[in-house]
Design a protein around this ligand. Structure first.
Ligand SMILES: Nc1ncnc2c1ncn2[C@@H]1O[C@H](COP(=O)(O)OP(=O)(O)OP(=O)(O)O)[C@@H](O)[C@H]1O
Ligand SMILES: [Mg+2]
Length: 382
């Protein structure tokens, strides 16, 4: 395994436990989220202990691959570089120092259960062996990192039934969160940075950036849902630590595609209809029905994940945070609230930054889309 690559991810994981630590830098920094449908960037600067929003912007990737705006792309590094340079220019970005997010689709995150009291040294040899069961490519082709989940929330095969059962003593297993990234992915992002002449000391898994910007010191379990164009990413976080991570292979672009094919209209028209209608049956029942089918699939998959977590850890989810462009679907907040029977909120990442007051409404509205980019930049500043 290439050690320089390992260090890069290690710092990503370490940042999770240092989520609210202080005084890392006084420089401006650019958070770069290269999503499957769009790039989002946010430039922040630290001043008087606060993160000042200097600029932000987004650009659709579709046109760089000769497809429509909003489609899921799979572009060559050179096309990404062109788009990134364009959005940097259009947003009047003034700096060359950035952090880039590694998409969840380019990584695997899972937990493994190891014997109690396993030593750090032993972990280094055991994790790669155990991880083989989860990784579909030769282990030499991936970079692994891991993080021991805190003992007090540890699971047990025995405590899975009733909510009333007491917490299992922390003597059973050591639960380890493992992250695996294909080495080619890291090389690709290094190439993109080099070609855009951006300097960066590290990458970060998008889920960790998202948590940093969306989270508000919650100690009880929170479900974070990132409704992207290609996929919906779910994570259950407790005391700032990811306990469960799961990807639902449904996203916003697929909903648009379904609307386009069933109404025989273009993707662009369907995208517009999707945004104006959402889940509102009164506005356009046919469109609302297509949106509902996909959203219900995602919610039902999420329910299974939440249920498994509740059984394993004997704890309920106390809050749901919605992020990603698809979370802006009209009526989703109401549907999610009635589905989860708990508090559901939108991520408001810009609330962790200082910006002119007149921008507050627009920043609140676009916040869910910029959660990853804001979280990346915050990592270097807070
Ligand atoms: N108001 C809206 N109503 C419904 N869907 C919306 C709305 N605004 C944006 N979207 C959808 O959000 C998706 C884009 O979200 P986002 O920018 O978070 O995706 P991404 O980061 O490119 O994708 P991924 O994270 O899967 O790689 C698109 O599918 C778009 O149609
Ligand atoms: Mg995304």
């Amino acid at each position: 395994m290439d050690n320089s690559l390992k260090n890069i991810i290690s710092s990503g994981l370490a940042s999770l436990s240092e989520m609210f630590s202080s005084d890392k830098s006084t420089q401006s920094i650019l958070g770069i989220d290269i999503g499957s449908s769009a790039i989002k960037i946010v430039q922040l600067k630290k001043k008087n202990g606060k993160a000042i929003l200097e600029t932000y912007g987004a650009i659709s990737l579709g046109p760089y691959g000769n497809t429509e705006i909003g489609t899921v792309t799979n572009l060559q590094a050179d096309d990404i570089v062109r788009a990134l340079l364009d959005v940097i220019k259009e947003s009047n970005v003034t700096i060359k120092s950035g952090v880039i997010a590694i998409p969840s689709s380019a990584s695997l995150i899972f937990t493994i259960s190891l014997p109690a009291n396993i030593t750090e040294e032993k972990l280094a040899s055991v994790v790669p062996i155990e991880a083989r069961k989860y990784i579909p490519v030769p282990i030499a082709e991936v970079t692994l990192d891991w993080f021991i989940l805190p003992k007090e929330t540890e699971s047990s095969e025995n405590n899975i039934m009733e909510q009333s059962k007491v917490q299992t003593p922390a003597t059973s297993n050591t639960e380890v969160l493992v992250v695996a990234i294909h080495n080619d992915i890291l090389t690709r992002y290094q190439e993109i940075l080099k070609k855009t002449e951006l300097h960066s000391d590290s990458f970060e898994m998008e889920i960790f950036s998202n948590i940093r910007s969306s989270f508000a010191h919650d100690l009880t379990p929170v479900l974070l849902m990132d409704f992207g164009a290609s996929k919906t990413k779910l994570s259950i976080i407790e005391e700032g630590v990811v306990h469960v991570f799961h990807v639902v292979n449904r996203g916003g672009a697929e909903i648009t595609k379904n609307i386009a094919s069933s109404l025989s209209i273009s993707f662009t028209e369907a995208e517009k209809l999707k945004r104006t209608t959402g889940l509102d049956l009164n506005s356009n029942p046919e469109v609302a029905d297509i949106v509902r089918l996909s959203m219900d699939y995602i919610l039902s998959d999420t329910n299974s994940i939440v249920f498994a977590y509740q059984k394993k850890y004997n704890k309920n989810i106390s809050k749901v945070i919605l992020t990603g462009g698809g979370s802006l679907t009209k009526g989703l907040m109401e549907r999610a609230t009635s589905n989860f029977h708990t508090e559901v909120v939108y991520s408001n990442p810009f609330s962790k930054t200082e910006a002119p007051a007149f921008l507050t409404p627009i920043l609140e509205l676009s916040g869910p889309e910029f959660s990853v980019a804001v979280g990346l930049a915050l990592r270097q500043l807070l």
